[in-house]
Design a protein around this ligand. Structure first.
Ligand code: S3P
Length: 417
């Protein structure tokens, strides 16, 4: 696989641009918007709550904000998007009225008490259905700022609390022992909110108004990841992804690739709208096993299935631990990856919080993998297919469009050369 490419705009940043833009004063231009099943759900959500969103192009939007407490009551379908459901609940905690948030079967099985409990502590009414969606949020204009340390390292939980804190009385602090992605903090700062960041947490002050103006969304590192991993696995590859978001809290995969023996170079570093951006080139090398623990997990949480695949091709035994969170993603990714890769010939065992993988001396045989309605598992299947001897058939391949419509076409365009 040889080529120069760009990937669609970052999903995490695209969700945040629409949500924070909807709370802004005036217009927010979003360029490089990563349009996908998930982010389209966010556009529909803010429309349902009274904000106007104009589609200028597939990757460009204008959001007309209603002000920091201006959303109006309504029902929202969050579809498959956990980020939408959790961040929006934080936003709605400080709005007037009653809001119902529902989602698809996968989203309805994911834990929501982790956001409901701290938001209740702040004074919002948040009813869950046995800890899950549907959620009913009764917003309050009397939210109190709190100091809170989430039990799990989660950017979604942190962001929900910070977004609620915009409308609270007094400062709101989230304590983080293991840092998670900080796109919310960066964007709120760009919108004029007062944010204080320390080594163990982040504090937001109540905000009178937000003004984003323009957001230029960098390429999504998590969408580039499958392409970079194909390049690491297929002999003779040389792939460069340009205009890619390289926020250091997202690029743990690059450290792991280097540690395992892949040649990685990051160049043309610059800053675009408060986020670091660069070009990233990957060439294959002799892969050796590695060890990944809890501290490293948030920096590559969505890439861990790909790391398990890399480990299947590496000399020695790789242990991935501290990743219990993968059990409550779009599917139980620990079991989906274990069953999926084992069926293709990998030597992988699941543990409660990760995997043990022993590299096989030849390429994986190939076979069939079930996406289980999870976009990251579908893309894992495609990468495994390209690096296997016989190829991989992916059941439910379409689900890749949840984060990356056009994924297979892009992959084909670089593998054909
Ligand atoms: C995300 C945070 C992560 C990640 C998800 C997107 C975000 O989830 O897995 O794909 O945009 O904040 P958690 O916060 O649950 O770890």
């Amino acid at each position: 696989m040889v080529g120069h490419l760009v990937v669609p705009g970052d999903k995490s940043i695209s969700h945040r641009a629409v949500l924070i833009g909807s709370l802004g004063e005036g217009e927010t231009q979003v360029r490089g918007f990563g349009r996908s099943g998930d982010t389209q759900a966010t556009v529909e959500a803010v429309r349902a709550l009274g904000a106007e969103v104009e589609d200028v192009a597939d990757d460009e939007l204008v959001v007309r904000g209603v002000g920091i407490r201006g959303l109006r009551p309504g029902d929202v379908d969050c579809a498959n998007a956990g980020t939408l459901m959790r961040l929006l609940t934080g936003v709605l905690a400080g709005q007037d009225g009653e809001f119902t948030l529902s989602g698809d079967e996968s989203l309805t099985s994911r834990p929501m008490e982790r956001i409901a409990a701290p938001l209740r502590k702040m004074g919002a009414g948040v009813e869950t259905t046995d800890g899950h969606a549907p959620l009913v949020v009764h917003g309050s204009d009397k939210l109190r700022g709190i100091e809170f340390e989430p039990e799990v390292a989660s950017a979604q939980v942190k962001s929900a609390i910070l977004l609620a804190g915009l409308n609270a009385h007094g400062p709101t602090t989230v304590v983080e022992r293991i840092p998670t992605r900080d796109h919310t903090e960066r964007m709120l700062e760009a919108a004029g909110a007062r944010i204080r960041r320390g080594s163990t947490g982040v504090t937001v002050e109540p905000a009178g108004a937000l003004r984003l103006g323009e957001v230029v969304v960098p390429g999504d590192f998590s969408s580039a990841a499958p392409l970079l991993v194909v390049a690491a696995l297929v002999p003779g590859s040389d792939v460069t992804v340009h205009d890619l978001g390289v926020n250091p809290r997202r690029t743990g995969l690059l450290d792991v690739l280097e540690r395992m023996g892949t040649r990685v170079s990051v160049f043309d570093r610059r800053r675009v709208g408060g986020e670091p951006v660069a070009s990233v080139a990957v060439q294959p090398g002799e892969l050796v096993a590695t060890e990944i623990g809890a501290d490293e997990v948030p920096g590559l949480v969505d890439e861990l299935p790909l790391v398990a695949l890399l480990a299947s091709h590496a000399r020695g035994e790789t242990r991935i631990s501290g990743a219990r969170e993968l059990r409550v993603k779009e599917t139980d990714r620990i079991e989906a990856v274990t069953d999926g890769l084992r069926a293709l010939g990998a030597r992988i065992h699941s543990r409660d919080d990760g995997w043990t993988v022993t590299g096989v001396p030849t390429r994986l045989r190939g076979g069939r993998i079930e996406a289980r309605g999870d976009h990251r598992i579908a893309m894992l299947g495609a990468v495994a297919g390209l690096s296997s001897r016989e190829g991989v058939a992916i059941e439910g391949a379409d689900t890749a469009a949840i984060s990356f419509p056009g994924f297979y076409e892009l992959l084909e365009s670089v593998t054909r050369r």
